[in-house]
Design a protein around this ligand. Sequence first.
Ligand code: B16
Ligand code: MG
Length: 218
Amino acid sequence: MEIEACIFDLDGVIVDTAKYHYLAWKELAAGLGFEFTRADNERLKGVSRMTSLNILIEIGGITLNDEQKEKLAAQKNAQYVSYIRKMSPDEILPGVTRFLDELKAAGIKTAVGSASKNTPLILERLKLIGYFDAVVDGNKVSKAKPDPEVFLKGAEELAVHPKNCVVFEDAPAGVKAALNAGMECIGIGLPENLPGAKKVIPGFDNFQLSDLKKIVHE
Ligand code: B16
Ligand code: MG
Protein backbone atom coordinates (compact mmCIF):
# COMPACT_ATOMS: atom_id res chain seq x y z
CA MET A 1 0.00 0.00 0.00
CA GLU A 2 1.27 3.44 -0.99
CA ILE A 3 0.24 6.18 1.46
CA GLU A 4 -1.16 8.95 -0.75
CA ALA A 5 -3.50 10.60 1.74
CA CYS A 6 -4.20 10.87 5.47
CA ILE A 7 -7.73 11.62 6.66
CA PHE A 8 -8.12 13.00 10.18
CA ASP A 9 -11.15 12.79 12.40
CA LEU A 10 -11.54 16.14 14.19
CA ASP A 11 -12.96 15.75 17.71
CA GLY A 12 -10.48 13.69 19.75
CA VAL A 13 -7.79 13.59 17.06
CA ILE A 14 -6.94 17.19 16.15
CA VAL A 15 -8.52 18.80 19.21
CA ASP A 16 -10.11 17.66 22.47
CA THR A 17 -13.62 19.01 22.01
CA ALA A 18 -15.05 15.99 23.90
CA LYS A 19 -14.73 17.98 27.14
CA TYR A 20 -16.99 20.73 25.74
CA HIS A 21 -19.49 18.22 24.33
CA TYR A 22 -19.53 16.61 27.79
CA LEU A 23 -20.17 19.88 29.63
CA ALA A 24 -23.01 20.82 27.28
CA TRP A 25 -24.67 17.36 27.47
CA LYS A 26 -24.23 17.29 31.26
CA GLU A 27 -25.99 20.65 31.61
CA LEU A 28 -28.81 19.46 29.36
CA ALA A 29 -29.21 16.27 31.43
CA ALA A 30 -29.21 18.30 34.67
CA GLY A 31 -32.03 20.43 33.23
CA LEU A 32 -33.94 17.21 32.54
CA GLY A 33 -33.31 16.04 36.10
CA PHE A 34 -30.68 13.31 35.81
CA GLU A 35 -26.93 12.92 36.04
CA PHE A 36 -24.75 12.35 33.00
CA THR A 37 -21.28 10.98 33.79
CA ARG A 38 -17.92 11.03 31.99
CA ALA A 39 -18.27 7.29 31.44
CA ASP A 40 -21.65 7.90 29.75
CA ASN A 41 -19.95 10.50 27.54
CA GLU A 42 -17.65 7.84 26.05
CA ARG A 43 -20.71 6.42 24.28
CA LEU A 44 -21.22 9.71 22.41
CA LYS A 45 -17.77 9.95 20.84
CA GLY A 46 -17.89 9.97 17.05
CA VAL A 47 -21.67 9.58 16.82
CA SER A 48 -23.99 12.24 15.39
CA ARG A 49 -25.75 14.91 17.44
CA MET A 50 -29.21 13.29 17.24
CA THR A 51 -27.87 9.80 18.00
CA SER A 52 -26.06 11.33 20.99
CA LEU A 53 -29.32 12.85 22.23
CA ASN A 54 -31.10 9.50 21.81
CA ILE A 55 -28.40 7.79 23.91
CA LEU A 56 -28.61 10.56 26.52
CA ILE A 57 -32.39 10.33 26.97
CA GLU A 58 -32.16 6.54 27.07
CA ILE A 59 -29.70 6.93 29.99
CA GLY A 60 -32.15 9.32 31.67
CA GLY A 61 -35.08 6.97 31.02
CA ILE A 62 -36.98 9.71 29.19
CA THR A 63 -39.21 9.51 26.11
CA LEU A 64 -39.58 12.55 23.84
CA ASN A 65 -41.25 13.29 20.53
CA ASP A 66 -39.29 14.50 17.47
CA GLU A 67 -40.14 18.16 18.05
CA GLN A 68 -38.93 18.04 21.65
CA LYS A 69 -35.74 16.27 20.52
CA GLU A 70 -35.01 18.92 17.86
CA LYS A 71 -35.44 21.63 20.50
CA LEU A 72 -33.10 19.93 23.00
CA ALA A 73 -30.47 19.17 20.34
CA ALA A 74 -30.50 22.85 19.35
CA GLN A 75 -30.25 23.88 23.00
CA LYS A 76 -27.26 21.60 23.58
CA ASN A 77 -25.59 22.84 20.41
CA ALA A 78 -26.02 26.50 21.40
CA GLN A 79 -24.30 25.77 24.70
CA TYR A 80 -21.53 23.75 22.98
CA VAL A 81 -20.96 26.54 20.45
CA SER A 82 -20.61 29.06 23.29
CA TYR A 83 -17.65 26.96 24.54
CA ILE A 84 -15.95 26.30 21.21
CA ARG A 85 -16.22 29.96 20.18
CA LYS A 86 -13.60 30.64 22.86
CA MET A 87 -11.10 28.04 21.57
CA SER A 88 -7.69 29.08 20.28
CA PRO A 89 -4.85 27.43 18.31
CA ASP A 90 -3.09 26.43 21.56
CA GLU A 91 -5.82 23.77 21.94
CA ILE A 92 -4.59 21.86 18.88
CA LEU A 93 -3.37 18.54 20.32
CA PRO A 94 0.43 18.10 20.67
CA GLY A 95 2.33 17.21 17.50
CA VAL A 96 -0.64 17.60 15.14
CA THR A 97 0.55 20.71 13.27
CA ARG A 98 4.10 19.37 12.97
CA PHE A 99 2.82 16.03 11.62
CA LEU A 100 0.56 17.81 9.10
CA ASP A 101 3.53 19.88 7.93
CA GLU A 102 5.61 16.73 7.55
CA LEU A 103 2.90 15.09 5.41
CA LYS A 104 2.59 18.20 3.27
CA ALA A 105 6.36 18.32 2.70
CA ALA A 106 6.28 14.65 1.65
CA GLY A 107 3.51 15.30 -0.91
CA ILE A 108 0.88 13.35 1.04
CA LYS A 109 -2.59 14.86 0.83
CA THR A 110 -4.60 15.61 3.97
CA ALA A 111 -8.30 15.82 4.76
CA VAL A 112 -10.65 16.18 7.70
CA GLY A 113 -13.40 13.54 8.03
CA SER A 114 -15.66 14.52 10.91
CA ALA A 115 -19.24 13.90 12.03
CA SER A 116 -19.40 17.40 13.46
CA LYS A 117 -21.52 20.11 11.86
CA ASN A 118 -19.41 22.58 13.80
CA THR A 119 -16.22 21.62 11.91
CA PRO A 120 -15.95 24.97 10.01
CA LEU A 121 -16.16 26.98 13.25
CA ILE A 122 -13.65 24.73 15.04
CA LEU A 123 -11.12 24.89 12.17
CA GLU A 124 -11.53 28.65 12.08
CA ARG A 125 -10.92 28.99 15.83
CA LEU A 126 -7.83 26.74 15.54
CA LYS A 127 -6.60 28.74 12.54
CA LEU A 128 -6.50 25.50 10.53
CA ILE A 129 -8.81 26.65 7.72
CA GLY A 130 -6.93 26.11 4.46
CA TYR A 131 -4.53 23.63 6.08
CA PHE A 132 -6.28 20.62 4.57
CA ASP A 133 -6.74 19.63 0.93
CA ALA A 134 -10.33 18.64 1.70
CA VAL A 135 -12.81 18.96 4.56
CA VAL A 136 -15.77 16.58 4.79
CA ASP A 137 -18.01 17.04 7.82
CA GLY A 138 -21.51 16.45 9.19
CA ASN A 139 -22.88 19.16 6.88
CA LYS A 140 -21.81 17.25 3.77
CA VAL A 141 -22.83 13.67 4.57
CA SER A 142 -26.17 12.02 5.20
CA LYS A 143 -24.98 8.74 6.73
CA ALA A 144 -23.25 8.79 10.12
CA LYS A 145 -20.16 6.74 11.06
CA PRO A 146 -19.80 3.67 11.06
CA ASP A 147 -21.08 4.24 7.52
CA PRO A 148 -17.99 4.95 5.39
CA GLU A 149 -19.57 7.90 3.53
CA VAL A 150 -17.54 10.63 5.27
CA PHE A 151 -14.19 8.97 4.47
CA LEU A 152 -15.14 7.86 0.94
CA LYS A 153 -16.18 11.43 0.17
CA GLY A 154 -12.85 12.63 1.56
CA ALA A 155 -10.94 10.25 -0.73
CA GLU A 156 -13.08 11.34 -3.67
CA GLU A 157 -12.41 15.03 -3.00
CA LEU A 158 -8.69 14.27 -2.78
CA ALA A 159 -8.87 12.13 -5.94
CA VAL A 160 -7.09 9.29 -4.10
CA HIS A 161 -8.15 5.62 -4.14
CA PRO A 162 -9.55 4.57 -0.70
CA LYS A 163 -6.94 1.79 -0.43
CA ASN A 164 -4.20 4.44 -0.42
CA CYS A 165 -5.76 6.42 2.44
CA VAL A 166 -4.95 6.18 6.14
CA VAL A 167 -7.56 7.35 8.65
CA PHE A 168 -6.78 8.61 12.18
CA GLU A 169 -9.72 8.03 14.54
CA ASP A 170 -10.43 8.16 18.29
CA ALA A 171 -13.89 6.54 18.30
CA PRO A 172 -15.01 2.93 17.70
CA ALA A 173 -17.70 4.09 15.22
CA GLY A 174 -15.00 5.98 13.31
CA VAL A 175 -12.62 3.00 13.19
CA LYS A 176 -15.47 0.90 11.78
CA ALA A 177 -16.26 3.62 9.21
CA ALA A 178 -12.61 3.63 8.04
CA LEU A 179 -12.53 -0.15 7.72
CA ASN A 180 -15.88 -0.09 5.90
CA ALA A 181 -14.28 2.39 3.46
CA GLY A 182 -11.45 -0.11 2.80
CA MET A 183 -8.87 2.18 4.41
CA GLU A 184 -6.11 1.58 6.94
CA CYS A 185 -6.97 2.99 10.37
CA ILE A 186 -4.68 4.22 13.12
CA GLY A 187 -6.46 4.64 16.46
CA ILE A 188 -5.81 7.57 18.77
CA GLY A 189 -6.28 6.63 22.43
CA LEU A 190 -6.24 3.26 24.19
CA PRO A 191 -5.98 -0.07 22.27
CA GLU A 192 -8.74 -1.73 24.36
CA ASN A 193 -11.22 0.94 23.19
CA LEU A 194 -10.40 0.73 19.46
CA PRO A 195 -10.54 -2.83 18.16
CA GLY A 196 -9.92 -3.13 14.43
CA ALA A 197 -7.36 -0.34 14.24
CA LYS A 198 -4.07 -1.41 12.65
CA LYS A 199 -2.29 0.21 15.59
CA VAL A 200 -3.35 2.53 18.40
CA ILE A 201 -1.11 5.44 19.39
CA PRO A 202 -1.64 7.87 22.27
CA GLY A 203 -1.32 10.93 19.98
CA PHE A 204 0.97 12.68 17.50
CA ASP A 205 3.62 13.80 19.96
CA ASN A 206 6.88 12.32 18.61
CA PHE A 207 4.95 10.50 15.87
CA GLN A 208 6.66 10.78 12.49
CA LEU A 209 5.81 9.81 8.92
CA SER A 210 8.51 7.11 9.17
CA ASP A 211 6.57 5.57 12.13
CA LEU A 212 3.38 5.60 10.06
CA LYS A 213 5.10 3.92 7.12
CA LYS A 214 6.50 1.23 9.43
CA ILE A 215 3.03 0.49 10.89
CA VAL A 216 1.31 0.40 7.51
CA HIS A 217 3.94 -1.79 5.85
CA GLU A 218 4.57 -4.26 8.69
P1 B16 B 1 -21.84 18.29 16.32
P2 B16 B 1 -15.79 13.68 15.15
C1 B16 B 1 -18.13 14.06 16.43
O1 B16 B 1 -16.97 14.56 15.83
C2 B16 B 1 -17.99 13.97 17.94
O2 B16 B 1 -17.01 13.01 18.29
C3 B16 B 1 -19.31 13.57 18.54
O3 B16 B 1 -19.20 13.53 19.95
C4 B16 B 1 -20.40 14.59 18.13
O4 B16 B 1 -21.65 14.20 18.62
C5 B16 B 1 -20.43 14.65 16.59
O5 B16 B 1 -19.15 15.00 16.11
C6 B16 B 1 -21.43 15.68 16.10
O6 B16 B 1 -20.98 16.96 16.47
O7 B16 B 1 -22.92 18.27 17.34
O8 B16 B 1 -20.82 19.38 16.54
O9 B16 B 1 -22.38 18.30 14.90
O10 B16 B 1 -15.18 12.88 16.24
O11 B16 B 1 -16.45 12.84 14.05
O12 B16 B 1 -14.87 14.73 14.59
MG1 MG C 1 -13.60 11.79 17.08
